[in-house]
Write a protein that binds this ligand. Structure first.
Ligand SMILES: Nc1ncnc2c1ncn2[C@@H]1O[C@H](COP(=O)(O)OP(=O)(O)OP(=O)(O)O)[C@@H](O)[C@H]1O
Ligand SMILES: [Mg+2]
Length: 262
């Protein structure tokens, strides 16, 4: 399955009234096809910007970025982003949101697949419902379905589980892993939840405060399903928290606080 990513020496700055704001600096990262990588870093450090660049919605100012050896020149159905902000079409029902993005199959097949994916993310009975009639967590689930139904080589998820209640989150984690074991999308997940990253990812990349550079990369060497108990996993969690400037006793390192605006 294709979907390998190679980023080398990426630099990105946004223009602001006070001058250029460097957001990503000297970022190099190789991701193998089928790998699940979680990205963690302080708020405002540049995580969403990095995903936007991978999706082809933003261009780096410097550096090179390739998927399966080909430079990224713009958005593609092979790289689907679930953005931090809701992006479903508000004028279409849940099911139409799913049929709309499908290509190359009959209308009948589109409808059948849409219903399958509506059910998969636990939205049974809501296929004719419009986005404004769904809760925040249900909307996120619809977005997940809309991304998965396209069967992209690369799935880019920007805090997709943030608004979900704890029980739905646990259920969707398990379902996502089940889907990935079959579809093997290369997956990048931005999250602030160390526990979630440890549960899902093969590797966790910790970013520095803005401008985002790689502070460290942590391998998660545990088989699925992961119970997330036991000394090894607790030590790994503590290590990542320390890298983020937090410590299990609740104190924190002020130099690693979230970036302030502009
Ligand atoms: N289009 C833009 N123009 C100017 N500045 C921008 C733009 N997009 C993002 N920024 C700035 O870039 C920095 C990084 O933003 P980004 O959204 O990538 O952070 P993030 O790591 O995803 O944060 P969070 O965890 O809060 O979502 C912020 O300081 C933000 O204000
Ligand atoms: Mg973000």
């Amino acid at each position: 399955m294709p979907g390998s990513i190679s980023a080398k020496g990426l630099f990105k700055a946004f223009p602001t009234p006070k001058g250029p704001l460097p957001v990503i600096e000297d970022l190099s990262l190789d991701i193998a096809d089928g790998e699940f990588v979680a990205l963690i870093g302080p708020s405002g450090c540049g995580k969403s910007t990095f995903l936007d660049i991978l999706a082809g919605f933003e261009r780096p100012d410097r550096g090179s970025l390739a998927v399966d050896g080909q430079p990224i020149v713009g958005p593609s159905r092979k790289r689907i982003l679930i953005p931090q902000q809701t992006s479903v079409f508000p004028w279409q029902s849940a099911r139409r949101n799913l049929t709309f993005v499908q290509d190359g199959v009959t209308e009948e097949e589109k409808k059948r697949l849409s219903l399958d994916y509506v059910n998969l993310v636990g939205l049974e009975g809501f296929d004719q419902t419009y986005p404004h009639q769904l809760s925040g967590g249900m909307l996120k689930r619809l977005e997940l379905a809309r991304a998965l139904i396209v069967k992209p080589d690369i799935l880019l998820m920007d805090e997709p589980f943030g608004p979900l209640d704890a029980l739905t989150r646990i259920r969707l984690h398990a379902e996502l892993l089940q889907i990935l074991s079959v579809e093997r999308h290369t997956t990048l997940l931005v999250t602030h939840d160390v526990h979630e990253a440890l549960y899902l990812a093969d590797r966790i990349v910790v970013f520095t405060p803005r401008p985002a550079r790689i502070q460290c990369i942590v391998d998660v060497p545990f088989q699925h399903p992961r119970a997330l108990v036991g000394g090894d996993i607790v030590r790994l969690k503590a290590r990542i928290l320390v890298e983020l400037g937090l410590s299990p006793d609740g104190s924190f390192d002020r130099s690693k606080r979230p970036a302030s605006g502009g």
